[in-house]
Design a protein around this ligand. Structure first.
Ligand code: TPP
Length: 400
């Protein structure tokens, strides 16, 4: 049974965290909750223990109310993880990337609906996330497919220090026409970050990234002997790899995957494993992450590197970082097919044929492979599945 928190107990928890800060114990960014105790206690009455709660940079109250023990939360906060509180067992996840979570929430909700689960997703965002087109994509998607997800917009009329009308003029107090949105207003007790009062940084112990967020063990590259005997063309290998992934139950996500079969490569994949999406690359990537949380094997299809740039937040800040910042609790084995129209067969102009392979290698820590023939292509997909980690596989139209 989750602990039932009272208003005063919640306030006392944050007071204590504030005191730890003034005692030079928190030499890093953290955000205190306050002023919305009543509203949150009431909202959490509708949230079941098995439901997902997706929080943001201001995560403490959400974590407490969803049943994470206060001593665990305090320990995480003391170890630089106020913005990174996770609990796989309780389906609690947060990210301090504004706008990054709604698509993930939609992906989890898609997976829960597909499984026929009774669980729901609750995605808490501030009015700062409301500034962001990524929230719109996710809400429209959840509404359209009637997914079990509620977006709770916590409007304290400020993003850092700026009010809604300063940011948006007359459209500041935005009204959503959606059954998936629950929006409430409150006045926050604390400043945007930390608490008033300077601390003595010379007395505070600051650790390294590696200590706060240990690197993940490197994936051992295995030689897959089966692929060595493959003698088909690059295109044949793409078809064969997709058939293998399809047989494993993979879900293929993107536009032109159901319509067009991703340049014909998905012809042998069952229709209900092809998810035709809106032209919303960040949403597509978030959907993949959410599905991976629920044990699906998502294959994300980008038909050009140029368009993939729109999804870079999800790829760099989430697909690449979630396992590490959650200390291995959440895994994101998303396979990304990154097609580049590098010169062939039709001329498509300089915003439609760029090759960002090197940029991608710089941007993420997981493998980015660039197979040059059929054998290497098939091997790359097999390797990606076996690693249970994310992978980007570059596909070249010039080799098709
Ligand atoms: C993509 C992105 N842009 C900017 C920031 C920096 N940032 C962190 S919190 C915040 C304001 C968020 O305001 P709101 O969503 O209203 O939440 P509140 O802090 O008021 O609870 C900003 C701009 C960020 N974390 N992520």
């Amino acid at each position: 049974m989750r602990k039932q928190w009272t208003e005063n107990e919640l306030i006392a928890f944050e007071d204590r965290i504030g005191d730890l800060y003034l005692d030079n114990k928190l030499p890093f960014l953290f955000h205190l909750s306050g002023g919305n105790e009543k509203e949150l206690i009431s909202i959490f009455e509708d949230i079941n223990e098995g439901d997902y709660v997706i929080s943001n940079h201001r995560s403490h109250y959400h974590a407490l109310l969803h049943g994470i023990p206060p001593e665990v939360i305090e320990d995480r906060i003391l170890n630089g993880r106020s913005m990174f509180i996770y609990d796989r067992e309780r389906n609690f996840f947060c990210s301090a990337i504004i706008g990054g979570t709604p698509a993930i929430a939609a992906g989890i909700a898609w997976a829960l609906k597909r499984k026929g689960s009774k669980q729901k997703v609750w995605c808490f965002v501030g009015d700062g996330t409301e500034d962001n087109g990524h929230l719109y994509e996710a809400i429209r998607y959840v509404d359209g497919f009637e997914l079990p997800c509620t977006f709770v917009i916590e409007n304290n009329d400020r993003s850092v220090e700026a009010s809604n009308s300063e940011r948006w003029g007359k459209t500041g107090d935005y009204k959503w026409n959606s059954q998936s949105v629950l929006k409430y207003k409150y006045e926050i007790t604390y400043p945007h970050a930390r608490k008033p009062g300077m601390i003595d940084l010379s007395k505070a112990v600051k650790k390294s990234d590696e200590e706060y967020f240990p690197s993940l063990p490197q994936v051992e590259k295995r030689k897959n002997l089966e692929s060595e005997s493959y003698r088909g063309t690059y295109k044949d290998a793409a078809n064969a790899a997709m058939k293998e992934l399809g047989d494993l139950g993979a879900i293929f996500i993107g536009y032109n995957v159901a319509r067009g079969d991703a340049m014909g490569t998905l012809k042998e994949v069952p229709t209900d494993q092809k998810l035709e999406t809106p032209v919303a690359e960040n949403l597509m990537a978030g959907l993949a992450i959410g599905m991976a949380f629920e044990g699906f094997l998502p294959v994300l299809y980008f038909e050009r590197h140029d368009f993939m740039m729109v999804a870079m937040d999800a790829i760099v800040n989430h697909i690449d970082k979630i396992e590490r910042i959650s200390h291995g609790e959440y895994k994101v084995p998303v396979i990304i097919r990154a097609v580049t129209a590098d010169g062939g067969p039709f001329y498509s102009g300089i915003t439609h044929s760029q090759d960002f392979t090197n940029v991608l290698r710089e941007a993420v820590s997981f493998p980015v492979t660039d197979p040059q023939n059929g054998e290497e292509l098939l091997e790359a997909f097999r390797e990606a599945v076996a690693s249970e980690r994310p992978a980007i596989i570059v596909e070249r139209k010039s080799l098709y």
